[in-house]
Design a protein around this ligand. Sequence first.
Ligand code: SF4
Ligand code: SF4
Length: 106
Amino acid sequence: MDDASASDDDRIDPTILCSHCEAVCCRLTVYVMADDPTPAYFVDQDEYGMDVMRRRDDGWCTALDRETMRCTIYGLRPQVCRDFAMGGGDCRSVRDNDRRLAIAVI
Ligand code: SF4
Ligand code: SF4
């Protein structure tokens, strides 16, 4: 188990690649800021009235191509997504949580 703190983005694990990940981070709540270039039809509002990426019933962001598991608006994705470092602390944390949940339901 990774013992780094969730905010430890200075230490990047180079063995973690998005191309070998089921876009786990694209099931998180993603806040959209006013100056993000994200197309409006991908944006929803949460229960507090905050702009967030619209998600499907199964939790994945509607901008994710489910065939390729790649972002269809890569150049227009919110800053939150741009700041989410592959192999960084938050990435490792969300992947660890997802793995634990998967083991729990087996
Ligand atoms: S940033 Fe991390 S969690 Fe997100 S798709 Fe890439 S490897 Fe997976
Ligand atoms: S906008 Fe793109 S990178 Fe961000 S959560 Fe949605 S699919 Fe993932």
